[in-house]
Design a binder for this molecule. Structure first.
Ligand SMILES: [Zn+2]
Length: 198
């Protein structure tokens, strides 16, 4: 067998393999089925399923930091609050990543879901230098934009519209484990833990 690095989030048995531990059907709201996993130092590390979170808790590898409201897991003689944020008991060294993969959700998160042009709520991303003009699909050429501004801008340059950017778009900081967190839409309960990742 090839040697594998221990992975605190990936090598545990599926919850079904632990007899007696079953989520109570319908108790955990759909939106709460993902759990933010923090390192022992409280840095965001990964997003795991609620089931895996319970396994991590049962095996003593992690503890609940914030429970969902009302969600619980039941076993024969145990009731565990379903976590929305949990923390590893032991620190895990995160391998260095030179670049953070760019995603639409990541750009929206970095820009606080505000349109870079008008400040309203943004649901799309815009290439500052349009792709048709050679603009790259990169962190420093993409900004959050509302649909209105996005379609108004179309394939034009800012200077042609007389628009400007207040902030220079940049790749997000790789501190605080932003790499993994940025790949998904965060839940409201995670926000206090994600501050440094934006
Ligand atoms: Zn806008």
């Amino acid at each position: 067998m090839p040697h594998r690095q221990p992975d605190p989030t990936g090598t545990d048995p599926e919850p079904g393999e632990i007899p007696g531990i079953m989520p109570v059907p319908g108790v955990i709201p759909t939106g709460m089925s993902r759990v933010l996993l923090l390192n022992a130092t409280f840095e965001p590390l990964a997003v795991v399923t609620a089931k895996r979170a319970v396994v991590l808790m049962l095996t003593g590898k992690a503890e609940c930091v914030e429970a969902t409201t009302g969600g619980v897991f039941h076993s024969e003689n145990l009731t565990i609050p379903a976590p929305s944020v949990m923390r590893l008991s032991r620190y895990v060294r995160v391998p260095y990543r030179r670049s953070v993969p760019m995603t639409r959700a990541g750009v929206l998160r970095r820009d606080g879901r505000r349109c870079a042009y008008c400040g309203r709520r943004a649901d799309t991303i815009d290439h500052v230098v349009p792709r048709s003009r050679g603009g790259a699909h990169t962190w420093d050429n993409c900004v959050a934009a509302c649909k209105g501004c996005n379609s108004k801008k179309a394939d034009r340059m800012l200077v042609e519209l007389g628009w400007s950017l207040d902030v220079v778009p940049r790749p997000p900081s790789r501190t605080a484990g932003g790499v993994l967190v940025l790949a998904v839409e965060p839940l409201p309960a995670w926000e206090p833990w994600l501050g440094a990742a934006a």
